[in-house]
Design a protein around this ligand. Structure first.
Ligand code: ATP
Ligand code: MG
Length: 175
């Protein structure tokens, strides 16, 4: 099913508006509108919610969380950047594991189960995409999600009954 990524991002950001405001965090979305992707809007919204929720949760008051949108060569790219506590290199792989939390004592007070990022990874890879992480302790983190975009042309044709158009159909037409 075609999914409008912009709508997904807006809905995901909305969920974090109040928590961000409570912490005096400046939450912003910038960039060009990505095109549509193929997939499940609810799952994608849940994945981006998790990333934005983390960015706000693991950042001190008065910092900035930025969500950047771009699109290049048929790939939509969404970056979630924070100026938070960051993640040590040795933990950067492990945080995508189920139930893994860097500092269980501290994160108990911030709530959560440690499932968020494992869900993110699953949802993104189910959509043919990937998640990358850049982070430096004390400086912040950037999570980058890349998703293949839908080819709009093909999608429009399917509505006209050319959904299963194949090479030999094309050959027949040009005969
Ligand atoms: P929840 O299930 O509610 O999402 P969680 O946030 O602890 O709980 P994950 O989202 O999977 O679980 O994140 C795992 C761990 O990775 C976190 O506990 C935290 O230690 C670390 N982490 C995730 N995002 C960030 C971030 N933006 N900055 C710093 N640490 C982070
Ligand atoms: Mg989380």
């Amino acid at each position: 099913v075609p999914v409008d990524l912009t709508t997904v991002i807006v809905e995901a950001v909305d969920r974090s508006r109040v928590p961000a405001e409570d912490k005096g965090i400046d939450l912003r979305v910038a960039g060009e509108l990505p095109r549509r992707v193929h997939g499940d809007a609810d799952q994608l919204t849940m994945a981006f919610r998790n990333l934005i929720d983390n960015a706000v949760r693991y950042s001190p008051e008065g910092t900035r969380v930025g969500i950047g949108l771009s699109s290049r060569d048929g790939i939509a790219q969404v970056t979630i950047t924070d100026q938070g506590i960051g993640i040590e290199a040795e933990n950067q792989e492990r945080i995508f594991e189920r139930f893994y939390r860097v500092d269980p004592a501290r994160s108990r007070s911030t709530g959560g189960t440690g499932l968020g990022l494992s869900i993110v990874k699953h949802v993104v890879s189910n959509h043919g995409g990937e998640v990358a992480l850049w982070s430096q302790p004390g400086k912040g983190s950037t999570f980058t999600v890349r998703l293949p975009e839908l080819e709009e042309g093909l999608d429009d044709l399917s509505g006209l009954g050319y959904g299963d158009f194949r090479d030999d159909d094309a050959a027949r037409l040009t005969e």
